[in-house]
Every structure is written in structure tokens, then in C-alpha cells.
Design a protein around this ligand. Structure first.
Ligand SMILES: Nc1ncnc2c1ncn2[C@@H]1O[C@H](COP(=O)(O)OP(=O)(O)OP(=O)(O)O)[C@@H](O)[C@H]1O
Ligand SMILES: [Mg+2]
Length: 262
């Protein structure tokens, strides 16, 4: 398998005519782990939603490609089938669909007709992964995310990730709301996925996740742009000093998009 590449070029995205992303450039390839950090309300989740094709987010210019294919031309399910995966900041609850059924149809929708995963193989694999993630086996038969605690939802997103095996995954605040042990389990899941066939973009506020997952690149998003990129040491400096020094360095003024919760 060749390494996949997700390329985001000069991406501008608006929500209800308000420009949120103002020219984002980013490239994530198989084998790499990228991290985006940045103040609340600067457009990190907007970037993930736009890449996955959420209808509310209007791409006004720029491009997104996966291995040269135009992602913006694809329907939402085609993006997933092409190998993109998003663990949402706030995973949705789907009543009436069990976790296991959801997973199995997600896997099969990414496979050719006639090549569907057998029920036995699916169950064996799911059991193994759930054990690896120290999940209660009952979670398989519960409705997707319904009544799951915050941390259970995040762990379940990692189960999906490990079962679906996307080419490129975006994990939006996968560490938020996790207790210390859960943080380790979730990190273990991401580390288990690490290979040339898997590229990952992690959105986080805290350096502590990076004690468990060693990233290759850190990017800082502010006011709808990636304003700075570096190695893991950048996350350490942000943890210690916050974002003011970057604003000073770049001469960025506070604006109305900052300090707001999404
Ligand atoms: N569906 C929406 N309708 C209206 N405004 C939105 C919508 N989604 C995002 N926004 C606005 O876009 C801006 C960026 O939001 P976004 O969720 O991308 O921020 P974020 O960087 O992920 O923040 P956080 O760190 O708090 O998760 C915010 O000002 C937010 O209020
Ligand atoms: Mg967000």
C-alpha cells in the first residue's frame, strides 16, 4: 500500500456567510501524526467538519484532496469510503442502532459488494478490540452513544477507528473528558494504529495527551489560519506559556472570534 496524503490548500470556509477559515494549508500523510492546537473558537472543529462535508460549512475557496482526488466534490459517505474518518468533538447519539450494527455497516460500506466482512470475523475482531480498549462487552449491543458517558463516547470513537481502519483520521478533542486511565487507553488505541497506512490529525488543547502519543508536527490555529508549525516542543511551550507570545510574535490583535466556546 502506498502512503495516502490529505492535502488542504488555502481553504476558506464560511458558516451562514461568516468567514471562519481564512486560508488553511495543511498536509497529512500516512505514517504521520499532526496536532492542531489553538484557542477556543478559532476554527479547529470547523476545519474537521468542512473536510468531512458537513452541510453547514460552506467552502468558499481552496481545495481538499485525498491522494489527488477532489474531496470537496464527494458526498459525505463517499469521503468516508475514500478513507477519511472523523471522531467528532461531540459524538452524536443514534437511537435504535446498536453499536455493533453501526460498526458492521460502516465497515461494509467501505468494502466492495460481495466482499463484506463475515459476521463471525466481525464479532471476533470487535471482541478483540473491545478487550484491547478495556470496554465493557455490553457496549456492543447498546444503541450508538445513547447514554454513553463523555469518556465512553471517546473510547467508542477509538473502537470505530480501530475497526474501520481509515487512511486518514481526524480526532477532534479525543482527550476531552477522559480520566487518566481512559486517556492512556485511548492513546494506546491511536498508537496501535500507527503505520505507514495511517495518517492522523489530532485536535487537542492539552499537551498531556502528547505524553502518550508522540506527534510529528504541531500546528497552531488562530483566527481561522494555521499561524505556526513546529515539532513537539511547540506544544510544551504552549502548555507553559499559553498563546500570548504567538500573538505578540505575529502581531495578531484579539478579535471577536476568540474566547468563545463553540
Ligand atoms: N454551526 C455553526 N453555526 C454558527 N456558528 C458556528 C457554527 N459552527 C461554528 N461556528 C462558529 O465558528 C467559530 C469556530 O468554531 P469551531 O467550532 O471551529 O472552533 P474550535 O476552534 O473548534 O473551538 P473549541 O476549541 O472551543 O472547540 C466559532 O466562533 C463558532 O461559534
Ligand atoms: Mg472544536
Amino acid at each position: 500500500m502506498t502512503r495516502s496524503t490529505l492535502k488542504v490548500k488555502d481553504l476558506h470556509v464560511a458558516i451562514e456567510d461568516k468567514e471562519i477559515l481564512k486560508g488553511v494549508d495543511l498536509e497529512v500523510s500516512g505514517g504521520e501524526i499532526h496536532v492542531i492546537m489553538g484557542p477556543n473558537g478559532t476554527g479547529k472543529s470547523t476545519l474537521s467538519s468542512a473536510i468531512m462535508g458537513h452541510p453547514k460549512y460552506e467552502v468558499t475557496s481552496g481545495s481538499v484532496t485525498l491522494d489527488g482526488e477532489d474531496v470537496l466534490e464527494m458526498e459525505v459517505d463517499e469521503r468516508a469510503q475514500a478513507g477519511l474518518f472523523l471522531a467528532m468533538q461531540y459524538p452524536s447519539e443514534i437511537s435504535g442502532v446498536t453499536n455493533a450494527d453501526f460498526l458492521r455497516s460502516a465497515i461494509n460500506s467501505r468494502r466492495e459488494e460481495g466482499d463484506e466482512i463475515s459476521l463471525m470475523k466481525f464479532i471476533r475482531e470487535m471482541d478483540k478490540k473491545m478487550e484491547f480498549l478495556e470496554m465493557d462487552p455490553d457496549m456492543a449491543q447498546r444503541y450508538l452513544n445513547e447514554g454513553f458517558s463523555g469518556g465512553e463516547k471517546k473510547r467508542n470513537e477509538i473502537l470505530q477507528l480501530m475497526m474501520i481502519k481509515p487512511k486518514i483520521a481526524i480526532l477532534d478533542e479525543i482527550d476531552s473528558g477522559l480520566d487518566i486511565d481512559a486517556l492512556k487507553v485511548v492513546s494506546k488505541g491511536v498508537n496501535e494504529m500507527r503505520s505507514e497506512d495511517f495518517g492522523c490529525l489530532i485536535i487537542t488543547h492539552y499537551q498531556r495527551l502528547l505524553n502518550y502519543i508522540t506527534p510529528d508536527y504541531i500546528h497552531v490555529m488562530m483566527q481561522g489560519r494555521i499561524v505556526k508549525s513546529g515539532g513537539p516542543e511547540l506544544a510544551q511551550r504552549l502548555e507553559a506559556e499559553g498563546y500570548d507570545w504567538i500573538k505578540k510574535e505575529l502581531g495578531i490583535e484579539e478579535d471577536e472570534t476568540e474566547g468563545q466556546e463553540a
